[in-house]
Design a protein around this ligand. Structure first.
Ligand code: AMP
Ligand code: ZN
Length: 447
């Protein structure tokens, strides 16, 4: 039985879908710049979720969106439009920026061997549906107009504070001094933004007799309504989404369609880098290409991510990435030393699946892999579950070479250094180098 921690109830709950297909939605990237390793860590965790569901026998229909309109530099309704910012930075149109960063994201997504979503939804393809949703929210009495746009009156939704356990009175009291906006409550948010006559905004749609564009949160509730239907089974995102973005998606769905948005909500924690928040001003934003330049593959990074739990705080350092890389190499070495006839599954596989079924406990599953003897069949399942490409990336070696590697490890264990050195030389003649690490000995082809 798969158990997942549900942010909505703050409890670990047994997961069961309501229909034969598990409906999942993941808030995707804002495509105005390169995604950093923190962003990709979140998609790696959600990929583990999808793979775990499939291994439990469920069919999955999963949507990932591209935010290509409406996300301002603040997660609320102020600041620059991120797409316009990207376009100005690169001297391109917003449409070119969106296309370029969507492609870059998918290139990395595939390099990480993440399961392809059933639907990749661009926010700009759903703007007519957004307008219909705003019409419904207005009809149901949840919105009001300001000079700046159409706003959601959060006081009209009695449960607004429930999901994120928000302190609305505190929010109101803490609202900026001199807060001159026409907003009725500090937590109100734009479902539609008007473009002022002096404002340069390339992405624009006519609605309510003037140009404008949808508010950021609306795309997710609209896409879910159109492509999946409420309530979906699982909605995922980073913890930053809980207080504003996801609270607002829930509020919009309630106001437009009168229903619950999702039964389960999963949120991953943020990774820090060298103990600091990932931020441009600290210069610690790494992309997967930056890691590649330092000799690490996307699979090494994936190994690092899955060595931690999705809800835990993770601190990225290059030393810990080095350790993850060595661990993966060690696992591949173990696979290479297996003989083909060794095929049936062992009991440890069951324990690995149980660890994953316990709220995606990948660190525990990894520890089990480290400490147990796995058969070829087990490794196949491990690859299916984590998408680490362990078997595919392991070169075939002949049985005689396997024997030499095993004998050398035994000689070392017995502290027979002369024999161990003799075998090392024999292996070197076969173009194989051996190295002893705290995880045991590993070998690699000498180039
Ligand atoms: P964005 O493109 O900013 O909307 O972010 C895409 C996804 O990455 C969101 O689900 C964020 O919650 C997540 N995210 C952003 N920064 C980090 C981080 N440092 N660690 C983990 N996830 C992150
Ligand atoms: Zn969203």
């Amino acid at each position: 039985m798969l158990k997942l921690y549900n942010t909505a109830t703050r409890k670990l709950e047994n997961f069961k879908p309501t229909t034969e297909v598990v409906k999942i939605y993941t808030c995707g990237p804002t495509v105005y710049g390169y995604q950093h390793i923190g962003n990709y860590a979140s998609y790696i965790y959600w990929d583990l979720l999808i793979r775990a569901l499939r291994l439990n026998g469920y069919n999955v229909r999963r949507i990932l969106n591209f935010t290509d309109v409406g996300h301002l530099t603040s997660d609320e309704d102020s600041g620059e439009d991120k797409m316009e910012k990207g376009a100005a930075r690169e001297g391109k149109t917003v449409w070119e920026i969106a296309e370029f960063y969507e492609d870059d994201f998918m290139r990395n997504f595939r390099a990480l061997k993440l399961s392809e979503p059933e639907v990749l939804a661009k926010a700009t393809d759903y703007v007519d549906d957004d307008m219909q949703a705003v019409n419904l929210m207005t009809e149901h009495g949840f919105t009001y107009e300001t000079t700046d746009g159409v706003y959601y009156d959060t006081a009209k939704f009695a449960d607004y504070a429930k999901f994120a356990r928000l302190d609305l009175a505190g929010l109101q009291a803490g609202a900026r001094v001199g807060f001159s906006s026409e907003k009725r409550n500090a937590s109100d948010f734009a479902v539609w933004k008007f473009i002022q006559p002096d404002e340069k905004h390339a992405m624009r749609w006519d609605y309510l007799g003037r140009p404008g564009y949808p508010g950021w949160h609306l795309e997710c509730s609209t896409i879910i309504h159109k492509e999946l239907g409420e309530p979906i089974d699982i909605h995922t995102g980073g913890i930053d989404h809980i207080p504003v973005h996801h609270s607002n998606e829930i509020a919009e769905t309630y106001a437009a369609y009168g229903c619950e948005l999702s039964r389960f909500w999963l949120h991953c924690n943020f990774i820090t880098i060298d103990g600091e928040k990932v931020s441009k001003s600290l210069g610690n934003i790494y992309t997967l290409d930056d890691l590649k330049k330092r000799g690490f593959t996307p699979m090494d990074f994936k190994m690092w991510v899955l060595a931690g739990h999705y809800q835990g705080t993770r601190n990225f350092t290059f030393e810990s990435l080095e350790a993850a890389k060595a661990r993966r190499l060690h696992w591949r070495n173990r696979i290479a030393l297996l003989y083909q006839e060794n095929v049936c599954a062992s009991p440890v596989l069951q324990s690995i699946l149980e660890a994953i079924n316990n709220n995606l406990n990948s660190p525990e599953a990894f520890a089990l892999i480290d400490g147990s003897v796995l058969t070829m069949d087990d490794w196949q399942k491990v690859d299916e579950l984590f998408g680490l490409s362990l078997i595919d990336d392991t070169p075939d070696i002949d049985d005689e070479t396997k024997e030499l590697i095993v004998q050398r490890a035994a000689a070392r264990e017995a502290k027979d250094w002369a024999e161990s050195d003799r075998l090392r030389d024999l292996l070197a003649e076969k173009n194989i180098g051996v190295k002893d690490t705290p995880n045991g000995s590993v070998w690699e082809y000498l180039s």
